[in-house]
Design a protein around this ligand. Structure first.
Ligand code: HEM
Length: 368
């Protein structure tokens, strides 16, 4: 047989997909223990399906991380990165939806085989931990349980792999470095931060005036609203003032460096300029992923409450309360969400100098 024939030789559906292996991998503990519980099949298959999707997520996420590892990200790759991150977000939507299929398992039917599962638990999903670590979740920010490190349930090799992953740059750190390199924040006489400060001032003054002059609020309500506006003002200050920003970073309230935050802000404000459109989509996809993962955590926690009430988990955590806390604490791209607080209305957006606008347009764009 020639080399070409070999390369393009026929392959059978069953062999290619290794279906014998996959379809022979559902061993019901309840059957082994001679107490068959019909719904255990669903329980096994749904977990296996999740693990397969986790594998695809890791496959796509790692490839995107590789694209950002160079200090000089090839612009041609940004479209592919957006495409793959979008795929991850679509998969996560599926993973959220699948919980409804799991909920066709009733608490009574689950209890038929739950006792055979100890101490197996989603805690032991190595791939789920890899997804979290690759995205940027750090050990010190994790919700702990039983005072034991999250990785203690894994083999030594797996622990080492997680440690190495955590020591390297996560997606969050790679994006941070990329954002720090955002050009045009200072371009000839144009200083983005200065023009933005003026626009923020204008916006806040208009909002104060609107509150003072409205006939629909009494004096006490007006005072309260003005105070609340003052708090937003303080938030703006954390971006406008590098020292304040660094204090928040040190306290762990925020994660993104000052320079990267300015880059993200610039991209969000001027996202209609042609060459900023893809970077804007990239940031949006990361927010989608974070949001969907958080949605999954809430959905999973609620499903757990419905399934086992306040019982402790098979992995030994407090169950529902632990899971709810992870939904609150384990968000990764929270600083990207915070950018929304820093948005100003389009009408207040400072005009970019015409030459800079030209730089931000596609080469063949018509400039008046
Ligand atoms: C009847 C269905 C399920 C129940 C009652 C359940 C219950 C729990 C509980 C109580 C925990 C907390 C850890 C513990 O103490 O065991 C947990 C964690 C977890 N479960 Fe589930 N689970 C179910 C289905 C699933 C499915 C289908 C997946 C999909 C992979 C999954 C993935 C996870 C993951 C990844 C964790 C770790 C979460 C974290 O630490 O942030 N679970 N589960």
């Amino acid at each position: 047989m020639s080399e070409n024939q070999n390369k393009y030789g026929s392959v059978h559906y069953t062999d290619y997909l290794q279906l014998k292996k996959i379809l022979d991998a559902q061993h019901m503990r309840s059957v082994e223990l001679a107490e068959p519980a019909h719904d255990e099949m669903l329980f096994i298959i749904i977990h296996q399906v999740y693990e397969l999707w986790f594998k695809e997520i890791i496959h796509d996420l790692s490839s995107v991380m590789d694209m950002f590892k160079d200090n000089n990200v090839d612009e041609k790759n940004i479209g592919t990165a957006v495409h793959r991150l979008n795929r991850i977000s679509e998969i996560l939507k599926l993973l959220v939806q699948q919980i409804s299929v799991l909920e066709t398992l009733t608490p009574l039917d689950f209890l038929d085989f739950r006792n055979y599962l100890f101490p197996a638990s989603g805690f032991q999903s190595f791939q789920f931990r890899k997804v979290e670590v690759c995205l940027g979740l750090k050990s010190q920010t994790r919700q702990t349980y039983n005072n034991s490190p999250y990785a203690s349930v894994f083999s030594e090799d797996q622990r080492t792999e997680l440690q190495l992953l955590e020591a390297g740059d996560s997606m969050l750190q790679l994006i941070e470095k990329w954002l720090e390199r955002t050009p045009f924040l200072q371009w000839k006489e144009f200083k983005f931060l200065e023009t933005y400060k003026v626009a923020v001032d204008n916006m806040l003054k208009k909002e104060q005036l609107a509150i003072r002059e409205t006939p629909f609020l009494n004096d006490a309500e007006k005072e309260l609203r003005l105070k609340m506006l003052g708090d937003t003002d303080t938030y703006f200050a954390s971006v406008l003032d590098e020292e304040k920003h660094n204090e928040l970073l040190k306290a762990g309230t925020i994660k993104l460096s000052y320079k990267a935050t300015l880059g993200a802000l610039f991209i969000n404000l001027y996202r209609d300029e042609p060459i900023l459109q893809l970077p804007f989509q990239l940031l949006s996809k990361l927010i989608d992923i974070d949001e969907l993962l958080t949605t999954w955590r809430y959905r999973h926690a609620q499903m757990v409450l419905r399934m086992i009430g306040r019982k402790i988990g098979t992995g030994g955590s407090s169950g529902f309360d632990y899971l709810l806390n992870t939904a609150i604490k384990h968000q990764i791209f929270i600083d990207m969400h915070n950018i929304s607080t820093l948005m100003i209305p389009r009408s207040e957006l400072p005009e970019l100098p015409p030459q800079l606008k030209k730089q931000l347009s596609f080469y063949y764009s018509k400039i008046d």
